[in-house]
Design a protein around this ligand. Sequence first.
Ligand SMILES: *Cc1c(COP(=O)(O)O)cnc(C)c1O
Length: 355
Amino acid sequence: MEIKITHTTTPKAKPTDEDNLSFGKYYTDHMFLMNYDEGQGWHDPRIVPYGPIPLDPAAMCLHYGQEVFEGLKAYRRADGKIQLFRPDKNMARLNVSNDRLCIPKIDEAFAVEAVKKLVEVDKDWVPHKDGTSLYIRPFIFAVDAHVGVHPAHHLIFCIILSPVGAYYPEGLAPVKIYVEQNYVRAVRGGMGFTKTAGNYAASLKAQDEAEKQGYTQVLWLDGVERKYIEEVGTMNVFFAFENEIVTPALQGSILSGITRMSSIEMLRDMGYTVNERKLGIEEVFEAAAKGTLKEVFGTGTAAVISPVGQLKWGDKVIEINNGEIGEISQKLYDNLTGIQWGKIPDKFNWTVAID
Ligand SMILES: *Cc1c(COP(=O)(O)O)cnc(C)c1O
């Protein structure tokens, strides 16, 4: 399929202050669109000026949340070239989400090409400053004008781009997290392993309460026994004990993060033992009491690595690594971001050049 390109005739002014881009505030001049109609399949891939998408008020996505999305970034290297980080993994995951939500599969290689084309068209929007990047948001939503619960026959695949600021302009800063005891995010058999709107709607209340109490995010426990660690808001989570680094195994209720996957590979390459297994919250607090819990950190595309400095569970509070960034978190962050921004050789072959 050929991607038809229509350039904007009214380009927007780009944000000039790259220190204050923040996250998700600005959008570029173009977007990618493609339609699915039953009988025709996915068709009419096109890049058009960024703008509103007309929707019938009965559009199914607005009522039943048949929507999936992805999140990845384009990075400007020191030599000026632009690159993506493992975009094939995002598109493979998008199809995993599609399958769970009865959304017709996309051609993964074609979707990566669409991302590359769109970023190329808006390449001047990729910011230059250290730590900045262009956030890429592919998403698919159901547009049938039909208020009835069944899988859609008409959908739109859209990709938008947003220049985003450095997550840690002053270096890695540890965050405070509490263990959520009232709400659950997902259960096995549900949609926890997919990136779909409903999972985030389900998490807003807990997130809001956590922020009001001065915490950055919540740590979710399993929805059945409320004992085992799952993940953090939009991040997977790792615990570095004396002799092993543990991240919860993927059992259907947590997202298979690409940063998680890359961190496991990278940490093993760095010589650490990494185990994907069930991990009880009690085990973590016992290890902290014994002094064998060394570091805790979240992993996700937005922040890459987010060290946790304090963890609260009921009335128990533990301070991790004296509230400071640990050596493992820092080294992992340096290695991953080094590859993403093209500062160190990519021996894993994870990056994909745009031009
Ligand atoms: C996106 C996301 C992650 C992190 O995935 P990455 O591919 O590493 O960005 C983890 N958990 C949830 C719930 C997410 O939405």
